[in-house]
Design a protein around this ligand. Structure first.
Ligand code: ZN
Length: 184
């Protein structure tokens, strides 16, 4: 991603929301994502308690959005993906990345998303004691490998009520996301 980075600023000795020590480094970066626009990348890392948070935000106000994309070739691994912490990423029959307090936002590509899912399945497999579930995890990992090589097609769906997510490809289908209004 060389040459894309526009600006970076670090703020050291910030108070950590978790341990309250002034050991947090806040990093703010600006980057330009082609066909999406300027994006702010935030990250917080605490050297004391290892708290880590990262997120992305488009400079321009965006509407709630849903992207559907079919991964069908090795070339698709390079397709850029902007994923905010509010996004739900669905890989039907494989896994779902859900939003929440521990969710992270990042700019990556399809391969990066698949790698994160692969890592999650691998760590879950390590913990798994049931042989049947271990086998299921092993088969999912094989499936991801075939998708990576373009040998198997896979749909990916990203829903983001904040609009700060995108799949940057002509093949991606973008539809407005209907947001349920929850009355408090
Ligand atoms: Zn901390």
């Amino acid at each position: 991603m060389a040459g894309e980075q526009l600006k970076e600023e670090d703020f050291e000795y910030q108070p950590c929301p978790l341990c309250n020590q002034k050991t947090l480094i806040l990093t703010e970066r600006e980057t330009e994502v082609p066909y999406f626009g300027k994006v702010y990348l935030f990250s917080m890392t605490c050297s004391n308690c290892k708290y880590h948070m990262a997120d992305v935000e488009a400079a321009e106000q965006k509407e709630p959005v849903k992207y559907e994309f079919e991964i069908s070739s090795e070339e698709d691994m390079k397709v850029r993906v902007v994923k905010s912490a509010q996004a739900t990423v669905k890989l039907p029959h494989i896994a779902t990345i859900t939003p929440g307090p521990a969710a992270q936002g990042y700019v990556t590509n399809i391969e990066g998303i698949l790698n994160r899912v692969k890592y999650q399945i691998e760590s879950a497999k390590e913990m798994e004691e049931d042989e049947e579930d271990k086998k299921k995890a092993k088969n999912l990992l094989k499936k991801i490998l075939r998708i990576t090589w373009g040998q198997e097609k896979q749909k990916i769906i990203i829903e983001d009520p904040s609009g700060n997510s995108a799949v940057i490809s002509d093949k991606a289908i973008k539809v407005p996301l209907k947001v349920k209004v929850i009355e408090k």
